[in-house]
Design a protein around this ligand. Structure first.
Ligand code: PLP
Length: 391
């Protein structure tokens, strides 16, 4: 059986041993020094000034949208463009906050929204922000999108939960906009079991993100910032512990997640390299069988940090044949991420249009599937999958 997720951690036995020792000796397991240490590691890895950890990538998305709303940067009647091919919790925070949404078409050869689709959407309905999803380690032309957003006063934020480690135009994905979100869920690039991050270079946004994470209070802010906010609101020491300055939730990770992040991030470059090597081998499937599958084009990318290999079949019979063949041979497959959001029941219930013009997203939804690209795949497992496609 080739499972989508092969293990909980890279170097699992060693990581679990370290975790047992850590828990046995820890005085505190609620958010504290380990989370802070991992946030610093992560900000350094990503090359961003600030980083906040959450209990999931979904929480990171929610916190980012709520923080922008709290700051007045996103408001009720604004419209945010989002990649139609994404995960449900990329979109739900905007729906929950009554912010307008507009799905963006994606390119068939890289599965991502591109500048032409952002421009098309903006010309039809002015966009206040674009929440781009960098899908499966890929990007279309995010450097051009960033340029276009800057010229048109559109806030660009990235959902980079699927592309930690990818690079394009000499830059890491996740560094093209005001802020970006990440997931350290077990099935993603590096695992803290559950976990998520938001990175930004904007100090004010970072402060708001920390307050949104924890009840809207100021406890996780720097001392000078706490002092300032207390003075501004006329709050004295006694009440400051239970003062809620803004709209927040409890989206905190634990010290266990922070500790694991600190251990696992050391392997991240190695993990990325192995996955990239696997990805290049899986790309030969598309090269060899261009009559059956849509070709992906990654020539414009410097590093492709992919965790699942997508296959888009040219017709339904090919899809039926290969999905059955792979499942019969124990290869775990799934629809490509959440597929096209506009085809999901939750989206249809919103009644905001049928968006049937999103033809590429539709094709990927109905004729696409993926299988796992794990850094610990054996040679036998990789060649086994490649052989199946030659049958
Ligand atoms: C693009 C994208 N955003 C957000 C998430 C949510 O991450 P998490 O599972 O950590 O909540 C996922 C999850 O798979 C995802 O694929």
């Amino acid at each position: 059986m080739i499972k989508l997720i092969k293990s909980t951690f890279y170097n699992e036995a060693d990581t679990k041993k370290k975790l047992i020792d850590f828990i046995a000796g820890a005085e505190q397991l609620s958010i504290g020094a380990e989370v802070k240490k991992f946030e610093e590691d992560f900000a350094k890895y990503q090359g961003r000034k600030y980083c906040t950890m959450y209990n999931s990538g979904s929480s990171a998305n929610l916190a980012l949208i709520q923080a922008l709303a709290n700051m007045g940067k996103l408001q009720k009647d604004d419209t945010v463009g989002f990649s139609s091919l994404t995960w449900v919790t990329n979109v739900t925070p905007m729906i929950q906050l009554n912010i307008g949404i507009r799905p963006l078409e994606v390119e068939l050869d890289n599965l991502n929204a591109s500048k032409r689709y952002v421009q098309e959407a903006h010309e039809a309905t002015p966009l206040k922000a674009v929440f781009l999803t960098n899908l499966l380690g890929f990007s279309a032309d995010i450097d051009k999108i960033a340029e276009y957003c800057e010229q048109n006063n559109i806030i660009l934020i990235e959902d980079n939960c699927e592309s930690l480690g990818s690079e394009i135009a000499g830059k890491k994905l996740g560094n093209f906009g005001l802020a970006s979100t990440f997931s350290t869920y077990v099935g993603h690039h590096m695992s803290t079991i559950e976990g998520g991050m938001v990175c930004t270079d904007d100090k004010e946004l970072d402060m708001m993100l920390r307050m949104v994470r924890s009840h809207g209070w100021d406890r996780n802010l720097e001392e000078a910032d706490q002092k300032k906010i207390r003075e501004e609101n006329g709050i004295d020491g006694f009440y400051s512990r239970y003062t809620f300055y803004t709209l927040g939730y409890n989206l905190r990770p634990t010290e266990i997640n922070g500790f694991l992040g600190h251990v696992q991030i050391k392997y991240l470059d190695e993990i990325t390299k192995k996955r990239e090597d696997n990805f290049k081998r899986f790309m030969t499937i598309l090269e060899k069988h261009s009559d059956k599958f849509e070709m992906l084009n990654m020539d414009h990318m410097d590093v492709v940090s992919n965790f699942a290999m997508p296959i888009i079949c040219k017709d339904q019979d090919i899809f039926d044949y290969y999905t059955k063949l792979l499942m019969d041979h124990g290869v775990e497959i799934r629809p490509i991420v959440g597929g096209s959001m506009v085809e999901q029941p939750f989206f249809k219930k919103l009644g905001i249009g049928d968006f049937s013009e999103l033809k590429n997203a539709h094709k990927i939804h109905v004729q696409g599937f993926y299988f796992g690209n794990n850094p610990e795949l054996t040679e036998e497992e990789i060649s086994g999958v490649l052989d199946l496609f030659d049958q």
